[in-house]
Design a protein around this ligand. Structure first.
Ligand code: HEC
Length: 210
């Protein structure tokens, strides 16, 4: 310390007792404190997660936490799921298990897993009358719930169904949907299950479907 900044000592010269005095705060200490404050603000900004109850260390923001959530990998499945939950889930249930008295299940269904040529036609014109799904009999009626969807959207929702709820079947492409629309030649009359099962497996057929 600089002895010149000390006040004149009241005690006798040569005394070893501690002295009370005044010193100005050194500039470097002020600068250090400001830097420390600045650094702590940055640290807070980076590590607090802005007090979100969903964010814990080592994650620093909600966006980062969300990044680790399981997501549907590809765009088609994401799009298909959205359409499924908006339209089809109303009757077939979000988990595809069906609803008693409203619709049969899509999970494990022969129609959902089977030939695209048969499946694509169901949402385009509807389905009426007796049907067996997973050895259970139904006799209900489904309107043309997918008729207003674009080829792309209908392909996505059918692909989503064929890859969800434990189902494993081939994708359905917009080209396949388009081919069936052409083949339907403007038909609006709903199918019966018997008529569907009588159709050939491939979708590029010219079999009478009117
Ligand atoms: C308003 C209720 C309702 C909605 C919404 C609905 N369905 Fe259906 N769906 C039914 C009924 C009822 C049947 C059975 C018809 C019968 O008994 O002949 C059925 C049968 C089916 C079948 C064949 C049977 C099976 O369970 O696999 C498929 C495939 C199907 N629907 C797909 C769809 C798709 C795709 C959508 C959405 C675009 C959809 N459904 C929306 C009521 C509905």
């Amino acid at each position: 310390m600089n002895p010149e900044t000390h006040q004149p000592s009241p005690s006798a010269p040569g005394s070893t007792a501690p002295q009370v005095g005044n010193t100005t705060v050194p500039v470097w200490l002020l600068v250090l404190m400001i830097l420390l404050l600045y650094w702590s603000a940055l640290y807070f900004d980076e590590h607090s997660g802005w007090f979100s109850p969903d964010v814990y260390s080592p994650y620093t923001s909600f966006a980062e936490v969300q990044q680790y959530q399981p997501v549907l990998g590809d765009q088609t499945m994401f799009q298909g799921r959205r359409i499924f939950e908006n339209i089809c889930a109303l009757c077939h249930n979000t988990d595809g298990s069906g609803k008693s008295g409203q619709a049969p299940p899509l999970a494990g269904s022969e129609f959902a897993l089977g030939s695209p040529n048969r499946m694509i036609r169901i949402p385009l014109v509807g389905l009426n009358g007796p049907i067996q799904v997973k050895s259970q009999a139904y006799n209900l009626s489904m309107a043309a719930m997918g008729a207003t969807l674009s080829d792309d959207d209908l392909a996505a929702v059918l692909t989503y169904i064929r890859h969800s709820f434990g189902n494993k079947a081939s994708d359905i492409t917009p080209e396949q949907v388009k081919a069936i629309r052409v083949d339907l030649k403007g038909r609006v009359q709903p199918y019966t299950a018997a008529e569907l099962t009588g159709l050939p497996e491939t979708e590029t057929n010219t079999a009478p479907a009117k």
